[in-house]
Design a protein around this ligand. Structure first.
Ligand code: UDP
Length: 365
């Protein structure tokens, strides 16, 4: 039985790797889970929902968000763990610093690394920071690259990655999205706040938490939300705010108080998906939510200056607004006025990405 170590630490990593772990287990792999533990509050809820008890938990939460200290803390621990577990291979997802450090440690020990959601590029090393460099470094190490889209595959080909180890699979976030709707508890997880919104009221869902938006950009975004509400009646804005102090210290400021701007705690994954289904427009800087919006055919506007999901821009599905207050107000009012057409553009697959990935690992790698 092949021993495969799957590493995760953040909410999106858990969401995107759970379907892969399920497939691995039903394909007779010995799956060892490593929780790098940096976003515990959000990650914990995911682990409970998916009934995952990590075999190892490095508990880096609270240690630091300083990248030097995080590296210093995690790298020796991952080294020790790899010596103990001796996996045949390691799976990492996406672009966190912990995913990069797991890949680096595995490389130092000559353990093959498989990269889920490979090939995303913004072509700006400082945006998103440090994720763009993290994922490029993982691409330099990985023995197999599971690209979610043809664009991601092309990015890897352009960088000279061996074509025989790049596989276009779709994005496992779509697998997760379909799977949760089959869960028994899904129907019972409609958040209270949704029940209170009259049917005729439009709903905008907002999330913004990335480092690039901390400080002044987030202030601009909040101020834009208030302006949108001032200019549009029968509209509610729901903002489940990330627990990061850099987000919390701005979103609750007196200047941004408005009776129809509801800044709430992050929603559970199941509740969040009820809101995704109900909302009319999504404003976000999140990567995963952009993918979910595409799969659900929701009107999407992106609160980023740069993107690694270029296909969503090129297809005309969405626009990059950054944190430009005027632009956010203008474009949001425009989509609200246009009656909010349901566009369809989903380059992320139909929910079988994890099946494809595990089939490849089992039969080809
Ligand atoms: N999400 C959630 N509750 C929330 C906000 C987001 O469960 O209140 C989920 C969402 O469905 C998506 C993921 O979290 O799958 C996105 O995570 P995040 O925005 O933190 O990270 P990113 O995708 O930008 O890396």
């Amino acid at each position: 039985m092949k021993k495969i170590l799957v590493a995760f630490g953040t909410r999106p990593e858990i969401i995107k790797l759970t379907p892969v772990m399920h497939e691995l287990k039903s394909s007779d792999f010995d799956v060892i889970t490593l929780h790098t533990g940096q976003h515990n509050q959000l990650a914990e809820e995911m682990l409970q929902l998916f009934r995952i008890e990590p075999n190892y938990d490095l508990k880096s939460m609270g240690t630091t968000s300083d990248l030097f200290e995080l590296t210093e803390f995690l790298l020796p621990k991952i080294k020790q763990l790899l010596y103990t577990v001796k996996p045949d291979s390691v799976i990492v997802q996406g672009d966190t610093t912990s995913a990069f450090l797991c890949a680096l440690a595995a490389f130092y020990l000559k353990i093959p690394v498989y990269h889920v959601e490979a090939g995303l590029r913004s072509f700006d090393i400082y945006n998103p920071f440090p994720e763009e460099v993290n994922r490029k470094q993982i691409s330099g190490i990985a023995s197999a690259h599971f690209a979610p889209t043809s664009q991601a595959k092309q990015n890897l080909l352009n960088e000279g990655v061996d074509p025989s180890v790049i596989f276009e699979t779709g994005n496992t976030v779509i697998d997760a999205l379909y799977k949760i709707k089959e869960l028994k508890q899904y129907a019972n997880s409609v958040p209270e706040i949704l029940r209170e919104i009259p049917e005729e009221e439009k709903l905008i869902l907002v999330t913004a938490h990335r480092r690039e938006n901390h400080g002044e950009p987030l202030e601009q975004i909040m101020s834009a939300l208030v302006e949108i509400l001032d200019q549009h009646e029968q509209l509610l804005i729901l903002f489940p705010a990330h627990p990061s102090p850099a987000v919390q210290e701005i979103v609750h400021l007196e200047d941004y108080k408005h009776p129809r701007l509801k800044v709430i705690q992050p929603l559970s994954y199941l509740s969040f998906h009820h809101v995704l289904d109900r909302c009319d427009v999504i404003l976000t800087d999140s990567g995963g939510i952009q993918e979910e919006a595409a799969a659900l055919g929701k009107t999407l506007l992106v609160l980023r200056e740069k993107t690694e999901r270029q296909e969503l821009i090129e297809s005309g599905f969405t626009k990059l607004l950054g944190s430009d207050k005027k632009l956010i107000v203008k474009e949001t009012l425009k989509v609200l006025a246009s009656g909010i057409s349901r566009q369809k553009f989903n380059p992320y697959g139909n929910g079988d990405a994890s099946k494809k990935i595990v089939h490849l690992i089992k039969n080809q790698l």
